[in-house]
Ligand binder design. Structure first.
Ligand SMILES: Nc1ncnc2c1ncn2[C@@H]1O[C@H](COP(=O)(O)OP(=O)(O)O)[C@@H](O)[C@H]1O
Ligand SMILES: CC(=O)N[C@@H](CCC(=O)OP(=O)(O)O)C(=O)O
Length: 294
């Protein structure tokens, strides 16, 4: 993790072209549970988001909270299982997931931004008809017999539709929306949705200028382990095919591809633990992390 000194005021002095480029544009920031770190980290993140709003950019935050859900489940002595990176979520667990994501984490992130002097409002996908969810299933293939098995993940969903009206109302009132990744199904049930997926869907629905995915690695690392500053969709697909993009990075790059194919100008995967990661990416020539573009 590189953390070279960064003076936001000095950077902003030379940031006029960037300020013009992003003026009144929507920037969707996915704030991953691993990127959050401690209370001080959340406050630093809140200050950066507030600063974006103050200089005329329209940030929209979608947060995760996987590690925070894990900590609560541990306290409750409940075991969690994952299939292809998705938490198998039964009816009781979805209550805990909603409590942590739409409760504790959502309010912590909104409060951190508000403490920095800009109004933020925390909502979940269940508010304002934001995210209608449909149940997600996963298919696994047994390599020996080649037999496919459909796995029931319980109340795990994917966005069926995103209605950005409530987000646009908040943006228009100079309020930063902070979105927790839960949605409501046609059956009225609450669904747990992967936060990367929600961030991509929200960025697509808002036709955002940028999607920033804050995680705990520097970005996409090549086969040689070095950070790749910029990639096209075709290069990302080749990396997945060749196997050097794997594991948790696959849903992240797929979210970026989804977003850029729906009109988002660029999607960036970057290390949210680095101080002022968001400002470095938006307001410096070098940027931060890996930019994925069409
Ligand atoms: N080419 C790659 N570049 C960077 N990380 C990769 C790559 N391939 C696989 N990974 C893995 O993906 C992980 C990031 O995904 P994940 O842990 O799910 O992030 P988050 O918790 O922020 O959603 C990295 O820690 C790394 O182990
Ligand atoms: C279905 C599913 O797996 N949902 C995720 C939602 C939170 C999330 O995605 O948080 P991060 O971005 O911090 O990983 C979960 O239950 O952990």
């Amino acid at each position: 993790m590189t953390d070279t000194p960064f003076d936001p005021m000095q950077q902003l002095a030379g940031a006029l072209p960037f300020l013009k480029r992003y003026d009144d544009q929507i920037i969707v920031v996915k704030y991953g549970g691993h990127a959050m770190g401690d209370e001080a980290g959340a406050l630093r993140f809140g200050r950066d988001i507030a600063l974006l709003e103050q200089v005329g950019v329209n940030p929209v935050v979608v947060h995760g909270g996987g590690p925070q859900i894990n900590a609560m489940l541990k306290r409750l002595n409940v075991q969690s299982n994952f299939v292809q990176g998705l938490r198998v979520t039964d009816a009781q667990m979805v209550d805990v997931v909603e409590m942590v994501l739409a409760g504790t984490v959502n309010k912590q992130v909104a409060a951190a931004i508000t403490r920095a002097g800009v109004t933020a409002v925390g909502i979940s996908g269940k508010d304002g008809d934001l995210i209608r969810a449909r149940k997600l299933t996963r298919t696994i293939r047994d390599p020996g017999s080649n037999i496919e098995q459909v796995l029931d993940l319980g109340f795990v969903g994917e966005p069926e539709s995103v209605n950005p009206r409530v987000l646009r109302l908040l943006i228009g009132a100079d309020i930063v929306p902070v979105v927790a990744p839960v949605g409501v199904g046609a059956d009225g049930h609450t669904y747990n949705i992967n936060a990367d997926t929600v961030a991509g869907a929200v960025a697509g629905a808002l036709e955002a200028e940028r999607l920033l995915m804050l995680t705990d690695v520097a970005g996409v690392l090549g086969a040689d382990g070095k950070l790749i500053p910029e990639m096209t969709v075709a290069q990302v697909r080749a990396g997945i095919e060749a196997g050097w993009i794997s594991g948790g990075m696959i849903p992240k790059v797929e979210t970026c591809i989804y977003a850029v194919e729906r009109g988002v100008k660029g999607a960036v995967i970057l290390d949210g633990r680095v101080s002022h990661a968001v400002l470095r990416e938006l307001f410096t020539d070098a940027g931060a992390g890996t930019l994925i573009r069409p």
